[in-house]
Design a protein around this ligand. Structure first.
Ligand SMILES: *[C@@H]1O[C@H](CO)[C@@H](O)[C@H](O)[C@H]1NC(C)=O
Ligand SMILES: *[C@@H]1O[C@H](CO)[C@@H](O)[C@H](O)[C@H]1NC(C)=O
Ligand SMILES: *[C@@H]1O[C@H](CO)[C@@H](O)[C@H](O)[C@H]1NC(C)=O
Ligand SMILES: *[C@@H]1O[C@H](CO)[C@@H](O)[C@H](O)[C@H]1NC(C)=O
Ligand SMILES: *[C@@H]1O[C@H](CO)[C@@H](O)[C@H](O)[C@H]1NC(C)=O
Length: 405
């Protein structure tokens, strides 16, 4: 017993020393607002940091990522002020930053499971998020198991369309299978019949390539080279690829299904060969934050066509945001630090590529819940003097504990 205690102490002290030297100040991981009913939220506000101490994350991911989380707060604020929807019932939120990492997202998502052991303050009726498909696939397994409905504003993988596996998942963005067709439409419209395809060797890349090559083949577009980008992050490894695609002189349009870091390396290599003007790039993917990742290769951007889900600009959100510059967001103060030295300052953001691409999707996700709850309220609680209490009892997530245990 004594021995254990001692070793625990030693570990603890070592940990403390490592932390005090190696880590940033504490970053907030949660934003909360009370309400009759709570919507959970999962957002990648910070990037992941593999060598940070437990509970610490990397830098603010981008201004957009922060906006996504704030868009949820905005939409909830808007529905609360709208007397024709969920009248007399206030929505609150509990938003977690999952630091762009699947295991952290799972840990945070566990806060939204109907708890068997302690009663939550207010019931979490559903979850908005997460953002990416790879995280979505994992989180959806967990939330689905506990019958917690969740609406993603950014996960586009066709795998998530499988209703038998992901019963409690819906999304406010189209599947990549639809995007593949759109890319082919665009190529045919431009009378491009010969392309090459490069993809990152991850779920997103492989799926994107699969659906695109299938759609291209069906509609008479030839695919010259199809290559997975090399794993491991050096420009050198990308040089071979650039040589290869350069040899197919008739395939000057290159279709990309790549991670942002791979795109950045690829373009660096393209620049090294002086091929900036040779290729045209057709990019299928989530490039809301593209501007941040082009670093130093902005001249190539002129030859890029992006194909992302259509979204309306939300001017109302931006107005709300400016009005509330003392914002609900605990991450707000980090913006100044991050953008102080960067050219991607908030005021330039609107002019760079697709800054608010997913903001409307986030807002739509909140409205999906608001309308669902409103309908439930009118169906079950119309004659109830206290609709909020009634809805809590009829909540989408009933306590399933006694079914499971
Ligand atoms: C970080 O959080 C821990 C625990 O909440 C606290 O003890 C510590 O003082 C905080 N450090 C800073 C720099 O705020
Ligand atoms: C309130 O919500 C209803 C239903 O969604 C919508 O038609 C109406 O435009 C909203 N009103 C305001 C002021 O936003
Ligand atoms: C479409 O064709 C025109 C003329 O050949 C070219 O300038 C343009 O970049 C092409 N667009 C795409 C997306 O390939
Ligand atoms: C909020 O924004 C307005 C207009 O941009 C500005 O005048 C005001 O000082 C800001 N308030 C705070 C607390 O930053
Ligand atoms: C509410 O009350 C009205 C009139 O008393 C009745 O017709 C209706 O069926 C009730 N609705 C519900 C959901 O109980």
């Amino acid at each position: 017993m004594i021995y254990r205690t001692n070793s625990f102490r030693i570990v603890f002290i070592l940990n403390l020393i490592l932390c005090s030297f190696g880590c940033k100040m504490n970053l907030t991981d949660r934003a909360f607002k009370a309400g009759d009913l709570i919507l959970g939220g999962l957002f990648p506000v910070h990037s992941y940091c593999s060598n940070c101490c437990k509970g610490q994350c990397g830098d603010l991911r981008s201004l957009d990522a922060l906006y996504f989380a704030e868009a949820m707060m905005y939409a909830i604020d808007e529905t609360n002020r709208n007397s024709s929807i969920l009248q007399g019932i206030s929505l609150g939120f509990e938003i977690f930053d999952y630091c762009s990492k699947d295991v952290i997202a799972l840990e945070k998502a566990s806060n939204f499971l109907p708890s068997c052991w302690k009663k939550p303050l207010s019931p979490v009726v559903g979850v908005v998020g997460p953002y990416s498909s790879s995280v979505g696939l994992q989180v959806s397994n967990l939330l689905g198991l506990f019958k917690v409905p969740h609406v993603s504003y950014g996960a586009t993988s066709p795998l998530l369309s499988d209703k038998s596996r992901f019963k409690y998942f819906i999304r406010t963005v189209p599947s990549d299978a639809v995007r593949a067709q759109a890319l082919v439409d665009l190529l045919l419209k431009n009378e491009t019949k010969y392309v090459s395809v490069l993809y990152s060797d991850d779920e997103f890349g492989r799926e994107g390539k699969k659906y695109f090559t299938q759609a291209a083949k069906e509609r008479g577009i030839c695919v010259g080279i199809t290559r997975a980008l090399p794993q491991g992050h050096t420009v050198l490894k990308f040089d071979d690829i650039v040589m290869d695609i350069s040899q197919k002189i008739n395939a000057q349009v290159i279709v990309l299904f790549c991670s942002k870091s791979d795109i950045s390396l690829l373009f660096t290599s393209v620049k090294k060969f002086g091929k900036e003007r040779f290729f045209r790039w057709l990019v299928g993917g989530d490039y809301a934050e593209m501007s941040v990742y082009l670093n130093g290769n902005e001249d190539i951007a002129k030859n890029i066509v992006l194909c992302s889900p259509r979204n309306e600009k939300s001017t109302r959100f931006m107005e709300w945001r400016n009005r509330n510059n003392v914002s609900h967001s605990p991450w707000f103060s980090e913006i100044e630090l991050k953008y102080e030295t960067s050219k991607y300052r908030p005021e330039n953001e609107g002019k760079t590529i697709s800054a608010d691409l997913y903001i409307q999707s986030v807002i739509n996700s909140v409205y999906a819940f608001a309308h669902a709850l409103d309908k439930m309220c009118k169906t079950y609680c119309a004659n109830n003097s206290n609709a909020a209490t009634c809805l809590k009892e009829k909540s989408l997530i009933k306590p399933y504990c006694w079914n499971i245990f």
